[in-house]
Design a protein around this ligand. Structure first.
Ligand code: NAG
Ligand code: NAG
Ligand code: NAG
Ligand code: NAG
Ligand code: NAG
Ligand code: NAG
Ligand code: NAG
Ligand code: NAG
Ligand code: NAG
Ligand code: NAG
Ligand code: NAG
Ligand code: NAG
Ligand code: CU
Length: 578
């Protein structure tokens, strides 16, 4: 007999709404509303604002919002060429998870409308695939004391077996936008991804919010079919790219388009969701005002060309400064680190009249072909925070080599990562099994609230987008050559804070963070091939506090279901496990 997964989930829904339906007294008693967020005052946010230190202070409303997501295995012709895809609820990108850090949109009766903050998201996930496990990672979400909801198979859970459901719960302590994606093998890149918007104040005004805009690379064979070739020969040249899930391929497919009204301004929430493409984004004849990187609001700056690495997000505002005509929207793969057969045609169209079907004849802004981040001097966090001098320092050399089967493997500090998907780190910790898997590369950070520095270096010619879970890191500096503390340009004064930054080719990066979040956190390269080929390590932060955060029944039941799926189907782990 087959149960509807959503019937099961609705019991959970009832339980959770019963506990959260009554508004917290604290949210009703703080009646000193200072301002109303509006098109002419986006900085305002009721009793909170852009200067609120969101690492320590979060509005308390007790509101829980639920989302149901279902993975489906289907076919789609996103660029006009049909292929197998794995999607969330049948669309690319999947449904946007929207949390409202304070607008009255979707307010619930009895919740004070100006303080009706939606704080928690409960995400019910059903794995409707037939032949893959899964796990959904909420990229960049702090997961403050909720490490088990980070969605990383082999680290925070066993893979969710086909036909099973899991519920993730976390608090929206940050605001801005980000994305969720599968963290199982290469599944994210087959389409298991979607946006997350947490409404909050913004550092520049705008009239309309157009939502997330995904930039992806794309291929007509699945990425999982390309994996072996990538392991043997290195990253393959990909067929195409997508702008918010659509593009043309020759005469096939259709372009993304959006329509502006002259004089208005629009917020667009960019996400680079590519497996292996660094993009430069631009809209011909229009400037971009950048207001946030990842989930960190910045002092806004204007640019014409925006460099966006894999896993990164930028929040931009575009003024409708023209009055008519059509303009190219471009996502240009940087040949310095990306290989694409359709690189000059990953384009959408900005219109001022939706009925105008004439092809734009506008020209791209000039740009340098490279995979560098935006200048650090432009990425100034609005909430100014300094890093402290380090108490713990670690130096990781990134290298690549071939294993005994002649397959590429990536190493950090001499270890290529392979975790066991049926014995995730959290389960090992629960079981007091602190030997950990020898090749799962654990960095133990036992002391609470100390500053940790990581120096990551490579002598290779390939830049890498380095992503850390569970924290924003402070990007103290990057440079070329070997790291040398006497010559490196390091700043502790309000450096960029974010969750993905580019490690330059033949260079180094220095990042820092505080051990303020107990859990098991992955740090890895966000190039999909590299994640699977072992370019990962995990932090076990504040070990003694982790067991107390574990929901053992969920951890165990997910693993029990996975074990039985694997043994029945004789399924073999063929990558790093993350
Ligand atoms: C993170 O969780 C801890 C423990 O529950 C709590 O003390 C702290 O206030 C939380 N931080 C934020 C920003 O919510
Ligand atoms: C996803 O699909 C499920 C099943 O059809 C549906 O119940 C749910 O509401 C959808 N979720 C969203 C966010 O649209
Ligand atoms: C998706 O369905 C196809 C065709 O039935 C099958 O070959 C493939 O293994 C399935 N993939 C997953 C991840 O379920
Ligand atoms: C995931 O599904 C794809 C087909 O969609 C299949 O090729 C691959 O082997 C599966 N991976 C695992 C680990 O089950
Ligand atoms: C991109 O797709 C998402 C999901 O459908 C949608 O919410 C968003 O508005 C789209 N972005 C733009 C700029 O149209
Ligand atoms: C413009 O986009 C809409 C949906 O966003 C799509 O239906 C339409 O086909 C696109 N127009 C063109 C000319 O491609
Ligand atoms: C865009 O910015 C450039 C450089 O600051 C400026 O010269 C130009 O006038 C701006 N264009 C528009 C349309 O605002
Ligand atoms: C967009 O328009 C606003 C309001 O007129 C202005 O403050 C802002 O500087 C403009 N941005 C750009 C990039 O031109
Ligand atoms: C339609 O767009 C084209 C290309 O930008 C432009 O030359 C033309 O003037 C536009 N037509 C109208 C009626 O605005
Ligand atoms: C782990 O060790 C703690 C402290 O010694 C003990 O209370 C707990 O029962 C142990 N857990 C398991 C699963 O053995
Ligand atoms: C530090 O900055 C200076 C001035 O911008 C530059 O010349 C130098 O190469 C940088 N050092 C490193 C190690 O990148
Ligand atoms: C794990 O779950 C299985 C199946 O529900 C159950 O039989 C087993 O007792 C659980 N293990 C522990 C240690 O609770
Ligand atoms: Cu990499």
């Amino acid at each position: 007999m087959r149960f509807s997964p959503f019937l099961l989930a609705s019991f959970l829904a009832l339980t959770s709404s019963r506990t959260s339906a009554a508004p917290h007294i604290s949210s009703l008693s703080s009646l000193g509303k200072r301002c109303t967020n509006s098109a002419s005052d986006r900085a305002c946010w009721g009793d909170y604002d852009l200067s609120t230190d969101y690492y320590t202070t979060v509005p308390d409303t007790g509101v829980t919002v639920e989302v149901y997501l279902e993975l489906v295995n289907t076919t789609a012709a996103l660029d006009g060429v049909s292929r197998d895809v794995l999607l969330v609820n049948g669309t690319f990108p999947g449904p946007t998870i929207i949390a409202n850090w304070g607008d009255t949109v979707g307010s619930i009766p009895f919740i004070n409308p100006w303080n009706g903050y939606l704080l928690s998201k409960v995400v019910h996930l059903y794995n409707g695939l037939t032949n893959n496990g899964t796990g959904i990672h909420f990229h960049g979400i702090r997961q403050n004391f909720t490490t088990q909801n980070d969605g990383v198979p082999s680290v925070t859970q066993c893979p969710l077996a086909p036909g099973e459901s899991i519920t993730y719960t976390w608090r929206a302590t940050q605001y801005g936008h980000t994305w969720y994606h599968s963290h199982f093998a290469l599944q994210a890149w087959e389409g298991v991804l979607g946006g997350i918007i947490i409404n909050g104040p913004a550092t520049s005004n705008y009239d309309e919010d157009l939502g997330v805009l995904f930039l992806n690379d794309w291929n007509h064979e699945t990425f999982s079919a390309l994996y072996y070739d990538a392991e043997v020969n290195g990253p393959p040249t990909l067929d195409n790219g997508l702008i918010n899930g659509t593009n043309v391929y020759g005469d096939l497919g259709s372009r993304f388009n959006m329509t502006f009204t002259a004089g208005s301004s629009y917020r667009i929430r960019l996400v680079n969701g590519a497996i292996d493409t660094h993009f430069k984004f631009m809209i011909d004849d229009h400037n971009l005002t950048v207001i946030a990187m990842d989930l960190v609001p910045i002092v806004s700056y204007s640019t014409q060309v925006l460099s966006i690495g894999m896993g990164q997000r930028y929040d931009i505002i575009v003024n409708a400064t023209e009055t008519s005509g059509n303009y190219w929207i471009r996502a240009i793969p940087q040949t310095a680190c990306s290989n694409n057969d359709n690189s000059d045609n990953i384009k959408g169209i900005l219109k001022y009249d939706s009925t105008n079907t004439t092809e734009p004849d506008t020209s791209a802004y000039s740009y340098d072909d490279n995979c560098d981040d935006e200048d650090s001097s432009d990425l100034v966090p609005y909430l100014s925070l300094d890093a402290s001098t380090d108490t713990t320092e670690d130096d990781f050399a990134v290298t690549v080599g071939k294993n005994s089967d002649s397959l590429f493997r990536w190493y950090m500090a001499g270890t290529t990562f392979v975790a066991e998907w049926d014995d995730p780190t959290l389960l090992q910790i629960y079981n007091n099994d602190t030997d950990y898997t020898t090749s799962s590369h654990v960095i133990e950070l036992d002391t609470a609230n100390e500053w940790v520095y990581f120096i990551i270096e490579t002598t290779g010619a390939v830049p890498h987008p380095i992503h850390l879970h569970g924290h924003d890191f402070y990007l103290l500096g990057t440079g070329t050559g070997t790291y040398d503390s006497s010559t490196a340009n390091i700043t502790l004064t309000n450096p960029p804070r974010r969750d993905v930054a580019m490690l330059p080719a033949s260079g180094f990066m220095v990042i820092a963070f505080q051990t303020d979040n107990p859990g098991t956190w992955l740090m890895h390269c966000h190039i999909g091939w590299h994640t699977s080929e072992g370019f990962d390590l995990q932090l076990v932060e504040r070990y003694s506090e982790i067991s107390g955060l574990i929901d053992y029944d969920t951890l165990n039941s997910t693993c029990v279901a996975w074990d039985s799926y694997v043994s029945e189907g004789d399924i073999v782990q063929d990558d790093s496990g993350v």
